[in-house]
Design a protein around this ligand. Structure first.
Ligand SMILES: *[C@@H]1O[C@H](CO)[C@@H](O)[C@H](O)[C@H]1NC(C)=O
Ligand SMILES: *[C@@H]1O[C@H](CO)[C@@H](O)[C@H](O)[C@H]1NC(C)=O
Ligand SMILES: *[C@@H]1O[C@H](CO)[C@@H](O)[C@H](O)[C@H]1NC(C)=O
Ligand SMILES: *[C@@H]1O[C@H](CO)[C@@H](O)[C@H](O)[C@H]1NC(C)=O
Ligand SMILES: *[C@@H]1O[C@H](CO)[C@@H](O)[C@H](O)[C@H]1NC(C)=O
Length: 346
């Protein structure tokens, strides 16, 4: 048995369709090993929808921070939004063509009948939905990824509506290889979803939980973020679960996730929050992430010695940094000096 891993990195790492960019993302390093020939000339502009945005004043504070650090809080014309989306769709089309080449090659080599092809992605692209491009968000455009599987034993043209997660890929591959799946994994093999035996909803419920979990602690979001997703609901909790208000979206009636109904449906919010806490003690995780960030920052600062002020002033910050570098450096100083008693008590 052979495993062939093919990755298209260009779409994500080097050329997110950022506002103002046509082609390479500004500031992206040249990558001689990557050939990206994107042309939006083949994209049908008429088919491109323009996403609705909440007014800036109504945005959730964490979303506002993300839009702001991505330089997306300014004005955009419809044409600009359309161009960014066209560029993204062109990248999708190119990736699709690349996948086609791989499948053709398998066919020519007479390997297609005995090969399982799994196509997926590590994240989506907001492409100006929710006033953002890029990723690092729990909105569908970012957190919802394509997942296509074909091969022997996999039913053709079957669209599975269950929520599944990338942590399911590992047990799925073990399952395909006939290797026993360890009992304590976070994921579950996807193979039963494509077999006739398990069409029965009840049997599926016994096999895998009806929710998936996602968490994010990286840049462009100013609080640790946790998402619990079921078929109908998306619950997003932040930080210690108290200092930042959560979000709840009903994906069945609000697929664009524009209306946070956490306050309108307190029972659902509460029960999803309880469920989330039973899976992960998220306030504690947030506290340790916060502590880790401070420790690492302090180490880095110390390693720079007297050069710190100069180095930090010239990192790739939002343009606002350059207006008042001293002010922001001192804000970081306060953050480092301040002990988060609330977080540490958790
Ligand atoms: C995140 O940034 C937003 C926008 O600047 C701000 O309102 C909010 O208080 C920040 N939240 C945290 C937890 O730092
Ligand atoms: C931020 O966006 C504005 C337009 O809204 C643009 O003029 C400016 O160059 C952008 N800045 C950066 C650093 O990309
Ligand atoms: C899962 O089980 C294996 C083997 O028993 C063990 O080595 C591993 O630490 C366990 N992982 C977790 C997350 O419990
Ligand atoms: C500070 O910068 C100078 C000049 O680039 C360099 O020689 C020196 O090693 C740096 N010091 C530290 C602690 O990084
Ligand atoms: C942080 O604490 C250090 C050491 O006590 C002090 O020198 C520095 O001025 C403080 N910085 C801020 C911004 O409060």
């Amino acid at each position: 048995m052979l495993l062939l891993w093919v990755s298209v990195v260009a779409a994500s790492a080097l050329a997110a369709p950022a506002p103002g960019a046509r082609g390479w993302r500004r500031g992206a390093p040249a990558a001689p090993n990557v050939v990206l020939v994107v042309s939006d000339a083949f994209v049908s502009y008429d088919a491109i929808t323009i996403p609705n945005w909440s007014p800036l004043s109504e945005m959730h504070p964490i979303d506002y921070y993300s839009s702001y650090t991505k330089n997306c809080t300014g004005k955009f014309t419809e044409k600009e939004v359309q161009d960014i989306r066209a560029f993204y769709y062109a990248m999708c089309a190119e990736t699709d063509a690349m996948l086609g080449e791989i499948i053709s090659a398998l066919h020519q080599l007479d390997l297609l009948q005995e090969t399982v092809v799994i196509y997926t992605s590590d994240h989506g692209e907001l492409a100006m939905e929710h006033r953002q491009f890029y990723k690092m968000s729990m909105y569908e455009a970012s957190a919802h990824v394509p997942l296509l599987i074909m091969g022997p034993g996999i039913e053709a043209n079957l669209q599975v509506s269950n929520v599944v997660s990338l942590v399911d890929i590992y047990p799925t591959m073990l399952d395909i290889a006939g290797i026993p799946v360890p009992q304590n994994l976070s994921g579950y093999s996807l193979l039963p979803l494509s077999s006739e035996t398990f069409k029965n909803e009840q049997k599926l419920q016994d096999l895998r939980p009806p929710w998936i979990l996602s968490e994010f602690h990286g840049c462009n979001a100013n609080a640790s973020t946790y998402m619990l997703r079921t078929k109908q609901w998306k619950y997003i909790a932040y930080s210690d679960g108290a200092s930042v208000s959560p979000q709840l979206f009903d994906l069945s009636s609000d697929p664009d996730e524009l209306t946070n109904i956490a306050l309108k449906f307190p029972e659902i919010t509460y029960s999803l929050d309880q469920k989330l806490r039973s899976i992960i003690n998220y306030p504690q995780v947030s506290a340790s992430v916060h502590q880790y960030n401070k420790e690492q920052f302090t180490k880095w600062k110390e390693s720079l010695g007297q050069n710190y002020s100069n180095v930090i002033a010239n990192l790739r910050w939002h343009q606002d940094w350059l207006k008042e570098p001293r002010k922001y450096e001192s804000a970081i100083g306060e953050w480092l000096n301040h002990t988060d008693t609330k977080l540490l008590k958790q």
